[in-house]
Design a protein around this ligand. Structure first.
Ligand code: X2X
Length: 333
């Protein structure tokens, strides 16, 4: 027995005399899946957050990131984070709205004028309302939403100069009922496809157009398969950083604090990255051959009013959520 103890003591002596530490498995190895290329600020900041959390938890929480739809498209990842197959997911508001309908409220067409209004609402009462609805589905939403951006319209056919140019346009939209309703209201022929299918569906001309914020058009190289970019600014879209509810409840309080701080602060830094990128991304995309124009929002708003879009979605979201939105952006309809 004492011989055994002496043998066992050897590694401890070795450790204190400068041998490399033997890596110990973390108490919590957690999987995070998302739909964006590794070069997007969301992935860069999430990677930093994972490293910080590993350090600040003294190696107890190890978050492994699976970017770029490696674990399946948005629909699959939403199912996995609900079942516990993955621990974290960052669905766009449009995507989580398939489960939590009120989460699409930030995507009401032409609601937000600028980022002051966006963060005022999403860091304030409207965001709290949406997070409470997410919690009801046994998912935990971290407090700070991450930025996707104002969505712009690209096409291989022609620039969009007014709502009338949407007539019959075959445009890909995310798998979510609000953008379908909105683009139908504008007279287009929208098709729901997961983001993982966007590049190839444009390349093979299954659709002629799509709509996304400029940083996504850049990192997903959509300029290779599109000619025109019209700055329609029709939807502001963000990502909710969500966790499986059971996993989150099971984390000790001290680790919850470390994880939430790491993720929320990374989210704030990611917003700044997108803000900086917004200042340069258009000229980068012009250099890659995209032709830009900036239509006035008036004809689009008018078409949506005439189609009854605002009335319909006020009804679907309910008066409480709608009035929280209008407190930030003013009367909509
Ligand atoms: O699928 C999209 O268009 C994207 C990447 O913007 C979302 O995540 C909604």
């Amino acid at each position: 027995r004492s011989a055994l103890r002496r043998l066992c003591a050897v590694p401890a002596v070795a450790l204190t005399s400068g041998f490399p530490l033997i890596a110990r498995a973390a108490d919590y190895t957690l999987k995070y899946g998302n739909n964006l290329p590794v070069t997007h600020p969301l992935n860069i900041r999430a990677q930093e957050a994972a490293e910080r959390i590993l350090k600040e938890s003294n190696g107890r929480v190890d978050i492994k990131i699976f970017p770029n739809n490696q674990l399946g498209g948005d629909t699959d990842m939403l199912a996995q984070v609900r079942s516990g197959g993955i621990d974290f997911f960052t669905p766009s508001a449009l995507v989580i709205a398939t489960l939590v309908p009120v989460a699409a409220i930030n995507a009401v067409g032409f609601a937000f004028k600028d980022y002051n209004q966006v963060w005022g609402a999403m860091d304030g009462a409207l965001g709290a309302h949406v997070r409470a609805a997410i919690a009801q589905r046994k998912l935990y939403a971290f407090e700070k939403m991450w930025d996707n951006g104002f969505r712009q319209t690209t096409s291989s056919k022609a620039p969009i100069t007014a709502a009338s140019d949407m007539d019959g346009l075959k445009i890909r939209v995310p798998v979510s009922s609000l953008p379908i309703s909105m683009f139908k209201g504008l007279g287009a022929a929208p098709a729901s496809l997961q983001f993982s299918e966007v590049y190839s569906s444009l390349q093979t001309k299954v659709v002629d157009a799509q709509e996304n914020p400029l940083p996504i058009i850049q990192v997903a190289k959509l300029y290779e398969v599109q000619k025109y970019c019209s700055l329609t600014n029709h939807i502001w879209d963000g990502y909710w950083f969500i966790a499986n509810g059971r996993m989150w409840e099971g984390l000790p309080e001290d680790l919850k604090t470390v994880v939430a701080r790491g993720i929320n602060e990374a989210g704030l830094a990611q917003r700044e990255d997108i803000k900086k990128l917004n200042a340069s991304v258009q000229s980068d995309l012009e250099g890659k051959g995209l032709k830009f124009n900036q239509p006035s929002p008036d004809s689009f708003r008018e078409a949506l009013r005439t189609a009854g879009f605002y009335k319909e979605w006020q009804g679907r979201f309910g008066n409480e959520a709608w009035s929280l939105l209008e407190q930030s952006v003013g009367k909509l309809a």
